[in-house]
Structure formats: structure tokens, C-alpha cells
Design a binder for this molecule. Structure first.
Ligand SMILES: NC(=O)c1ccc[n+]([C@@H]2O[C@H](COP(=O)([O-])OP(=O)(O)OC[C@H]3O[C@@H](n4cnc5c(N)ncnc54)[C@H](OP(=O)(O)O)[C@@H]3O)[C@@H](O)[C@H]2O)c1
Length: 305
């Protein structure tokens, strides 16, 4: 009793459309029929008005009685009406509109398909340009070669009481020649072991102190990453010590320039062991002891395997 739905007959959309069209068509034809009847009555009335009632008998247009012209004009509109109902409707009616719409949609679909097909080609064109840009960037900016430079004894000793343990004139000369014009990264203690900053080199000093004061031109950073970042425009920055910094930098450097001093020394600072499964010797030059060099030594270059 309550809430029971009535069965409403459902007419699908297409049927409804057909019914609407048929109703519209009937209305059109009805209007044409009334127009035709009106024309007959109106035409007869105009003839009677002129011939029987004598209305406007003297009035002519281009030698023709006015009522004849009026009936002819009216006839023209009636023919036009008939034409609209039977001819225009047939050719430009709903079916015609539907076909036109289908044609246009089809055309658009084809254009979209064509555009989609040309898209991958465009991507292919863009990709080589991007690759070229990357290549140019890579060729313009040579790869940075981060290098450790160190003098270490056979027992890996490198310093004692914040000082070097030996005097090797040729080693100092080599250090100067290699690092000249480049960034040199060092720990705060090594920096303090110099009487003053070395000429013609950009000093990058690593310290945990936030307000560490240095002479003008010296870059102070708080970690190794920032130190390397400070050298980003130098293709060949050097890590020059001391022990703490070497230890942190060894896993990330590309090259080691080591002066191996062929002796054993008592020290408080050491260079980490060089793992020969990671590093391969690229060059090795032996130097004898002489009046300027207190010990025998070898200049050895290691590169990653
Ligand atoms: N034979 C060679 O080729 C050679 C070369 C260079 C030095 N050396 C010798 O090595 C000795 C000095 O080496 P060292 O190991 O004692 O000291 P160092 O490595 O020169 O400097 C250590 C200091 O660097 C700072 N530091 C280290 N790691 C850091 C980090 N991750 N973040 C921020 N700051 C950091 C700290 O400074 P703060 O304490 O200010 O925070 C630390 O006290 C000296 O005897 C020197 O003569 C030998």
C-alpha cells in the first residue's frame, strides 16, 4: 500500500524524438494549409473588392491592376512557404543536420588522430636537442677531478704536534706546482699550521666553529660537502689535509697524489690505508735522498679502478 511505485511506461529517447518531429511536421503542414486557404479567400476578396465593389479601380502599377500584383506577390510567398515545408525541410531537415554533424565529428576525429600520430615525431625531435644541450653542457664544463695531495711515510705518518715531520724540498715544489691557481681544501688545524695563507691559491677551511676568523679571501665552511661546493667552478680542487679531512675525503675523491717517504716516523697524525682493490697506481717516480731532501721518496699517482 505505502511506497508502491506505479508502473510508468518508458519511452526511449529516440521514440520521443520521433514523436516530437512528427508533431512539428503536422504543425508545419497545418500552417501551410491555413495559408493556402487564406490565400484563396484573400485572393477572391481582392478580386471582388476591385471588380464588384470597384475598390481602387483606377489604381494601376506599371499598367497592371493593383489586385493582380497583390495576388501575385501573395502567391510568391505561398510558393516559398510550400518550398520550405516540402523541399528545404527534406534537404535541410533533422536528417540533414544529423548527417552534417556526423561528418564534422568524423573530420575532427581524423584531425585529432593525425595530430596524435605526429606527436611522437615531435618528441623525437625535441629529445636529440635536449641530449645535445646536455652534451654541450658536459663538453663545456670539464668533469671536476677532486684530488688528495699528501706526503706520507711508509707507516702512513703525516704529522706530529701540528707540524710536518720531514723536510723534502722537491715535495714542496711539486705541491706548489700542482696546487698553483686552484682551490685547496683543508681542516682548521692544517690551516693553522701555516704561518700565513699560501699565495695564488684559494683556501677553503673546514671548521665546526661558527665564527672562525680568517684573513680576507679565505673561505670558511662547516663541512666537507660545503667545501667541495665552494670549489664547484674549479676543475681541479685539492684536498691538502690533515688527517681528519683525508679520512673523510678518501671515499669520495677521484685521485691521490701521494709522496711516499720511504722511512718510518713517530707521529700523532696518519693517512688512512690505501685499499689497492679500489685504487690503482697510474704513475710512480722514485727520488733519491740528497742535500735538499732528507729522505728517499716516490711521487705516486693513484686513480680509482
Ligand atoms: N703530510 C702531509 O701531507 C700533511 C698535510 C696536511 C697536514 N698534515 C699534518 O696533519 C696534522 C693536522 O691534521 P689533523 O687531523 O690534526 O687536523 P685537520 O684535519 O687539519 O683539521 C681538523 C679540524 O678540522 C675541522 N673539521 C674536521 N672535520 C670536520 C667536519 N666534518 N666538519 C667541520 N669541521 C671539521 C675541525 O675544526 P674545529 O676544531 O675548528 O671544528 C677539526 O678540529 C698536522 O700535523 C699537519 O702538519 C700533514
Amino acid at each position: 500500500m505505502f511506497g508502491k511505485k506505479k508502473n510508468i511506461p518508458e519511452i526511449d529517447k529516440e521514440q520521443l524524438e520521433l514523436i516530437k518531429n512528427a508533431q512539428k511536421r503536422i504543425k508545419q503542414k497545418k500552417r501551410l494549409y491555413f495559408h493556402f486557404v487564406l490565400f484563396l479567400i484573400g485572393g477572391a476578396f481582392l478580386i471582388l473588392a476591385n471588380t464588384v465593389l470597384g475598390f481602387g479601380q483606377e489604381f494601376t502599377i506599371l499598367g497592371q491592376e493593383w489586385f493582380v500584383l497583390a495576388i501575385l506577390i501573395w502567391l510568391f510567398f505561398l510558393v516559398y512557404h510550400i518550398f520550405n515545408v516540402y523541399v528545404t525541410h527534406k534537404f535541410m531537415g533533422k536528417d540533414w543536420e544529423k548527417k552534417q554533424l556526423e561528418k564534422l565529428v568524423d573530420k575532427q576525429k581524423k584531425r585529432i588522430e593525425k595530430l596524435n600520430a605526429s606527436l611522437p615525431k615531435e618528441e623525437e625531435k625535441i629529445a636529440p636537442i635536449q641530449t645535445q644541450e646536455v652534451l654541450m653542457e658536459n663538453t663545456q664544463k670539464p668533469k671536476q677531478e677532486l684530488t688528495i695531495i699528501v706526503a706520507a711515510a711508509e707507516n702512513d705518518a703525516i704529522g706530529k704536534d701540528n707540524k710536518l715531520i720531514w723536510h723534502l724540498s722537491d715535495d714542496l715544489k711539486r705541491f706548489k706546482a700542482l696546487t698553483n691557481g686552484h682551490h685547496i681544501i683543508m681542516g682548521r688545524k692544517t690551516f693553522e699550521s701555516f704561518p700565513k695563507p699560501l699565495p695564488n691559491r684559494t683556501h677553503v677551511v673546514i671548521t665546526r666553529q661558527q665564527d672562525y676568523k680568517t684573513p680576507e679571501g679565505v673561505i670558511v665552511v662547516n663541512n666537507l660537502d660545503d667545501a667541495i661546493d665552494a670549489c664547484k667552478n674549479d676543475p681541479q680542487p685539492y684536498i691538502i689535509g690533515g688527517g681528519e679531512i683525508y679520512k673523510q675525503a678518501l671515499p669520495i675523491v677521484d685521485k691521490i697524489e701521494i709522496t711516499r717517504v720511504h722511512d718510518h716516523f713517530e707521529a700523532d697524525t696518519y693517512f688512512p690505508k690505501i685499499d689497492h682493490s679500489i685504487w690503482k697506481e697510474a704513475s710512480n717516480t722514485f727520488h733519491k735522498k740528497d742535500e735538499k731532501n732528507d729522505h728517499e721518496f716516490s711521487f705516486i699517482t693513484y686513480i680509482r679502478k
